[in-house]
Write a protein that binds this ligand. Structure first.
Ligand code: SMG
Ligand code: MG
Length: 372
């Protein structure tokens, strides 16, 4: 068999969002996404880097990822002549940090390896379901009436769980309004993206009245101990996102009582293999997990859906349809079925490839890194 990876293409794409997406970190109207295509003797594989244009969700950002990939990660990958995804993380471990950049490399190698042997992401990861329930993440809106309209439209589309972004000043009132309008049966949760301090426990406790599934990342990334303290002060289960960067940190958070639920995002933790290890650790501890989202294209979205079909993913994820964010995806769109589920892809690898025209239209810049 020829080399799995002989060269790597990096491609920065810029995709307009259908509507602005506001979180406690700021507002975006378009998404910059770095794609990584590894090209080998018998085919190619695609990876998607979830770093955003600016380092506001995490310290990584798209052009920073381009730099560390071109200078360090891709040369290490090419020199190692890897033949499987399992070899990637050990080869890249010499470089500290940069999990989103590393995850994109591993995803591309995994896609290439799986396409070569005709296996899907779901089969490889251990998916046990053929479709999964879809949740949707709703950004901060200008007014409560606007929020009710947006949430109502998502419910009408079939979404089975609503997540509201919150921040100080946009928390108790919008949550109350959504509960009152859409009733107690609605699966509802909130995400603060680290916007609160432990001193805000009084405000956060007021959310206990609304029977939320969870509150996601209320405090700072590094505040594991303070999240554990908060868990003793509020009834709403605490779910961690930004704080969980590896299976080790997941084990720590569980042991400390800082998280009773975990949001798994493969990009944040260095790839799908580490994501599966977090699933395994959490599952063994009886801690529920669900799959987060980073406004992925149809590539990363499909990989996330495959992951979310593992047995420990017992809560609906931010695994919405392509048209949640994009009028025109890079791939065939991911769609919702009649009862609010998305199908686990079945084709080899990711089960889809980017459409060359869409790719051309969205590309801002490309770089080629080869092994010579
Ligand atoms: O892909 O549906 C999606 C986005 C889900 O809210 C979402 N993601 O903190 O969970 C999160 C955010 C991070 C992305 S915005 C910075
Ligand atoms: Mg989050």
């Amino acid at each position: 068999m020829g080399r799995l990876v002989a060269g790597v293409e990096l491609r920065l794409v810029r995709m307009p969002l259908r509507t602005p997406f506001q979180t406690s970190n700021g507002v975006s109207t378009e998404r910059d996404i770095l794609l990584l295509r590894c090209v080998g003797a018998e085919g190619e594989g695609w990876g998607e880097c979830v770093a955003e244009r600016e380092p506001t969700y995490s310290s990584e950002y798209a052009l920073g990822a381009v730099d560390v990939l071109r200078r360090f990660l891709v040369p290490l990958l090419l020199a190692a002549q890897v033949e499987s995804a399992e070899e990637v993380a050990p080869v890249l471990a010499a470089i500290v940090g940069h999990p989103m950049a590393k995850a994109a490399v591993e995803m591309a190698v995994l896609d290439a390896a799986l396409r070569r042997r005709g296996e899907s992401f779901g089969q490889f990861l251990g998916a046990t379901r053929s479709r999964i329930p879809a949740g949707v993440s709703v950004g901060i809106q200008p007014t409560i009436p606007a929020l009710l309209e947006v949430v109502g439209a998502f419910i009408d589309e079939g979404y089975l769980r609503i997540k509201l972004k919150i921040q100080p000043g946009w928390d108790v009132d919008p949550v109350r309004a959504v509960r009152q309008r859409f009733g107690d049966e609605l699966l509802l949760q909130v995400d603060a993206n680290a916007a609160y301090d432990l001193a805000d426990a009084g405000t956060l406790r007021r959310l206990d009245d609304f029977d939320l599934l969870l509150i996601e990342q209320p405090l700072h990334h590094d505040d594991l101990r303070q999240h554990a303290r908060l868990a003793g002060l509020i009834r709403t289960p605490i779910c961690l996102d930004e704080s969980i960067v590896s299976a080790r940190s997941a084990a720590d958070a569980i042991a400390l009582g800082a998280a009773s639920i975990i949001n798994i995002k493969p990009g944040r933790v260095g790839g799908y293999l580490e994501a599966r290890r977090i699933h395994d650790v959490a599952h063994a501890h009886g801690v529920a997990v669900w799959c987060g989202g980073m406004l992925e294209t149809g590539l990363g979205r499909r990989a996330n859906i495959a992951l979310a079909a593992l047995p420990g993913f017992t809560l609906p994820g931010d695994t919405s349809a392509s048209d949640r964010f994009y009028s025109r995806d890079l791939t065939d769109p991911v769609t919702l079925d009649a009862d609010g589920h998305v199908a686990v892809p079945v084709g080899p690898g990711l089960g889809a490839l980017p459409d060359p025209d869409a790719l051309d239209d969205y590309t801002v810049e490309t770089w080629w890194v080869d092994g010579t």
